[in-house]
Write a protein that binds this ligand. Structure first.
Ligand code: MOS
Length: 743
């Protein structure tokens, strides 16, 4: 086939769903059961729905000894209170998904045990939200409380996961330069704008849920296994997601509670977590302790590095993430040894949060590289160039594309890196100490199987569907762009739908998988459909394209024509109408190559930051930030910028603000709200800029993308920390970097 002209892909288009979002017509799970968009009041989307509110455990560990529901049940509007005292026993079959962590998920209302502070101990169902809220406040729970263990510093760890190559002990013994540092990272919470919410409705044995999720199939399989249903009896609908950052990558207990409450009351039930409940009702980025030992020669060539990592997990599930990978492949060195220990605590189970594992590792590794550069008096970029590997030393595989040298060069030039005085605490602006720092980012390109259906109607409009999700990166828009070009239609003639488990399968919307996986399936489906149309035309004696070599036909603006002879052709509409075809259909698919990978697939980035630190108050202000990315082909540049700037903002939060604080006396999270858990606001966000290296990565997937959503946060926190060191001469090895730490 002749390559299609590119009109939409690569163009800085606005979101196709932007109008729906800004006019309130995009239906988020938390907005149900009523849309709140019309002047006449809400349209009931799910008639007859009632409301559920969860009663949270007031202790951090122990047993429930009594639950008094009399006052709650006496409150007007309260229909039911469900707890372990009267809840039916649920099958809770094993969740077969590979993403389910080892261990066993929390079983709601199945026994009297309390495993963490805030665990659901009852649910109140009422005709109005207000009645359910008040009813929940009237439920009296008595406990036999034990001392919870919530402090990673004091708790024993599991057996480590390990990696080793070479002989690090020997290499460190003989290294000309040896350094040892330990870095600490606070627990973070996702804090998306939209709280998690689920509305559940049973129709006989069939369950429909409208859920906030990054993966409709994850919710479907969770509910099917909890209730012992065939997966096809559970339909999950999630067309819009008001932010996620990873928190929607598994179905949390409240999803089960909504379905259980609906079954028990025989009414559709809506359950929305409160802002506070999000801190213990959904996952979190675990707190980490990350110890590094490194050895190098006097010219900064690394000889060895050890990584001893400890991270929180729950007592009932072992959550792990890819925190070891950067240490194995980012820099060249013969000797690496790693130990990764999870520490089971009386907390709920963590989950992936933007740039999972990599943001954590990059903070430690990139801070350590900066410390080494300072110790040796080598420019931090030069140090990284001296340790740039020729191949992936963890696998021996060639890199598909690895353009870090260009990221450094372009970034240094654009940022003005070489104007910096390398001496820490050497630059002032009034009361402010000015510093610059940089760090490297890396994130793996791990695309997954996906399918997409394509239908072209005789009127020249197309519908493309895949059960993907769009938590904000612009899945709707980028896939419309791909489909429009592949079908040869204007953007306005193509509709892309997602977020329904009845649609062709898509992988979890996370890990920067969506564009590579779903996009490749969309491309495939649209290519197949266009091929069908071209074949129909060249075989049709009545078509102006009859007898033409199909490889010379392209489609532009809904019209098929010979590439070098635009006059010879006809529209989809003419072709289909004449052939009495109401529509054409195709199923696109992307299958992740089976067998061992032949290339090492990663996206890369280099982040440059300037900070100003108030010399008397210790307040850190980021003044400007530049990210340069080797992320493969950029389908949708305007939305890529939204992703990149959002990742930088997330990194500012991780570096300077975000810290979930637990009271270790009872396991309570003390800052479970957005007044006390600090996230960056506009005043914290300076001049941000993203640059993408041109090009694509054809080893990664047919559309050449490497994924962008994660890489853009990786490296931000260490770049800020390194800039703070350069400004102040103070090396703070703990995130977030607070004013107190700098005083
Ligand atoms: Mo992102 S943590 O992969 O949703």
């Amino acid at each position: 086939m002749s390559p299609q002209p590119q009109a939409a892909v690569g163009a800085p288009l606005s979101r196709v769903d932007g109008r729906l979002k800004v006019t309130g017509q995009a239906l988020y799970a938390v907005d149900l059961p009523h849309a709140r968009t019309t002047s006449r009041g809400g349209t009931p989307i799910i008639p007859g729905a009632v409301h559920a509110v969860i009663v949270d455990s007031g202790i951090g560990r122990g047993r429930i000894t009594a639950i008094d529901t009399r006052a709650a049940l006496g409150h007007a509007g309260v229909l039911r209170v469900i707890s372990h005292l009267d809840a039916p026993r649920l099958p809770y079959q094993r969740n077969p998904l590979p993403t389910a962590p080892p261990g066993e998920r929390l079983h709601v209302f199945q026994d009297d045990k309390v495993l963490f502070h805030g665990q659901p101990v009852a649910v109140v169902v009422a005709t109005t939200l207000e009645a359910a809220q008040h009813g929940a406040s009237l439920v009296k729970v008595a406990y036999d409380a034990e001392q919870p263990s919530t402090d990673m510093a004091d708790a024993p760890a599991d057996e480590p996961r390990t990696y080793a190559r070479g002989d690090t002990d020997r290499a460190l013994d003989s290294a000309a330069v040896r350094m040892e540092m330990t870095y600490h990272l606070a627990r973070n919470n996702h804090n998306a704008m939209e709280p998690h919410a689920t509305t559940a409705r049973w129709d006989g044995d069939k369950l429909t849920v409208w859920d906030k999720t990054q993966w409709v199939f994850g919710t479907q399989i969770e509910l099917a296994t909890v209730f012992g249903l065939p997966p096809e009896s559970v339909r999950v609908i999630s067309p819009f997601v008001g932010g996620g950052f990873g928190s929607g990558l598994r179905a949390w207990p409240h999803v089960t509670i909504a379905a259980l409450a609906a079954r028990e009351t025989k009414r559709p039930v809506k359950l929305a977590l409160t802002r506070k409940q999000l801190y213990f009702g959904t996952g979190f980025r675990p707190a980490y302790e990350y110890a590094v030992r490194l050895g190098s020669d006097r010219r900064g060539r690394l000889t060895a590095m050890t990584h001893d990592v400890r991270a929180e997990t729950s007592s009932y599930e072992t959550f792990t993430e890819s925190v070891l990978i950067p240490g194995q492949m980012l820099y060249s060195m013969p000797n690496v040894s790693q130990e990764y220990r999870t520490v089971p605590l009386d907390v709920h189970t963590p989950l992936f949060m933007r740039g999972p594992g990599y943001t954590t590792a990059s903070y430690a590794i990139e801070s350590a590289m900066d410390e080494l550069a300072h110790r040796l008096g080598i420019d931090p970029i030069e140090l990284r160039l001296r340790n740039e590997p020729e191949e992936d030393e963890s696998s021996g595989l060639p890199f598909s594309t690895r353009r870090l040298r260009e990221c450094y060069t372009v970034g240094a030039r654009e940022f003005g890196w070489h104007r910096r005085n390398p001496t820490p605490r050497s630059t002032r602006d009034g009361d402010r100490l000015i510093g610059t720092g940089m760090a490297t980012g890396v994130y793996d390109t791990a695309r997954q199987d996906a399918r997409a259906s394509v239908r072209l109607d005789a009127d020249g409009t197309a519908l493309v569907q895949s059960a993907a999700s769009d938590m904000g990166p612009g899945t709707y828009t980028s896939n419309t762009q791909l489909a429009a070009d592949a079908l040869g239609l204007p953007m306005g003639k193509v509709t892309f739908r997602l977020g329904d488990s009845l649609m062709p399968p898509a992988p979890p919307h996370g890990g920067s998988w969506t564009m590579a996986s779903v996009g490749s399936a969309v491309q495939d489906g649209c290519d197949k459909l266009r091929t069908q149309a071209v074949e129909l035309a060249v075989e049709d004696a009545a078509s102006p394209l009859h007898g033409v070599d199909p490889d010379t036909v392209v489609v532009r603006a809904g019209r098929l024509h010979v590439k070098n002879n635009p006059a010879r052709g006809e529209t989809y509409r003419q072709l289909l109408t004449r052939n009495k075809r109401t529509h054409l259909e195709a199923m696109g698919s992307f299958t992740r190559p089976t067998g061992p990978e032949r290339h090492s697939l990663f996206a890369y980035g280099a982040v440059f930051v300037e900070v100003a630190v108030d010399a008397r108050l210790g307040l850190v202000r980021v003044r400007r930030m530049l990210g340069v990315y080797d992320a493969g082909r950029i389908i949708s540049p305007k939305l890529a910028d939204s992703q990149a700037l959002g990742g930088m903002v997330g990194g500012i939060g991780q570096a300077l603000l975000e810290h979930t604080v637990t009271d270790h006396r009872d396991g309570r999270i003390v800052n479970a709200d957005l007044a006390n858990y600090l996230v960056p606001v506009n005043a914290d966000v300076p001049d941000l800029k993203a640059i993408y290296l041109d090009g694509d990565d054809r080893e990664a997937d047919p559309i050449g993308v490497k994924g962008l959503g994660e890489i853009v946060q990786v490296g931000v926190a260490p770049a800020i920390a390194n800039a703070v060191f350069h400004a102040t001469g103070r090396r703070i090895r703990e995130l977030p970097i607070t004013a107190e730490a700098l005083l």
